[in-house]
Design a binder for this molecule. Structure first.
Ligand SMILES: [Zn+2]
Length: 190
């Protein structure tokens, strides 16, 4: 299992490169991880296992130290994270948001890379995203509401953005809160 990187790790604020699709066979595509080269399906299975082992509903490759455009999520983890219903595990390789609604909505977000803080983040309520699935088949998805929010949050990770980058002038306040939460954690020896 790979560690989850936490801010201010510079990998979290760098742009990720696309996975280069140099074969029709996903198991011929290699991914460079902090623990060595693995095939794309192996890396994806590590991402999925990590997601289900944590209180979260999505994960982006840079959070595991891999600067490549891959996200995994499950919109059904929102309501009951303990239930771990794996029926809707979605894998997106090289996702690109091609359309975003004018309408936006605020909702609370958390992030495994920013432990101890949460904030109300404004996101588009509907998006269109194109991506490759785990079989490298091109897909188009129109996502709404909570699912659209997860995708925007995870795609932001691929572009070096964390949720506090969406908070405008409030970002500094949340950075201070994060520092405090980290110090508190250290003091309690956790
Ligand atoms: Zn996140």
């Amino acid at each position: 299992m790979l560690n989850i990187l936490k801010a201010p790790n510079p990998i979290l604020t760098a742009d990720c490169a696309e996975i280069s699709i140099n074969s029709n066979d996903p198991s011929k595509i290699m991914v460079d991880t902090p623990e060595g080269m693995v095939t794309l399906p192996v890396f994806i299975s590590v991402m999925v296992a990590t997601m289900y082992s944590r209180p979260c509903c999505g994960l982006a490759a840079p959070q595991l130290g891999v600067q490549r455009k891959i996200i995994v999520y499950n919109p059904d983890l929102e309501n009951d994270p303990d239930e771990k219903d794996t029926d809707r595990t979605i894998i997106m390789i090289n996702p690109l948001i091609t359309n975003s609604s004018e309408a936006m909505e605020k909702d609370i977000e958390t992030c495994l890379s920013l432990p101890g803080i949460e904030a109300s983040v404004k996101r588009h309520t509907e998006i269109t995203v194109i991506y490759l699935d785990e079989d490298l088949k091109a897909q188009t998805m129109v996502a709404k509401d909570w699912e659209a929010r997860i995708i925007q949050h995870e795609v932001d990770h691929l572009n070096g953005k964390l949720f506090w980058d969406r908070l405008g002038p409030m970002k500094q306040t949340y950075m201070n809160k994060y520092q405090l939460a980290k110090k508190r954690k250290k003091r309690h020896g956790k």
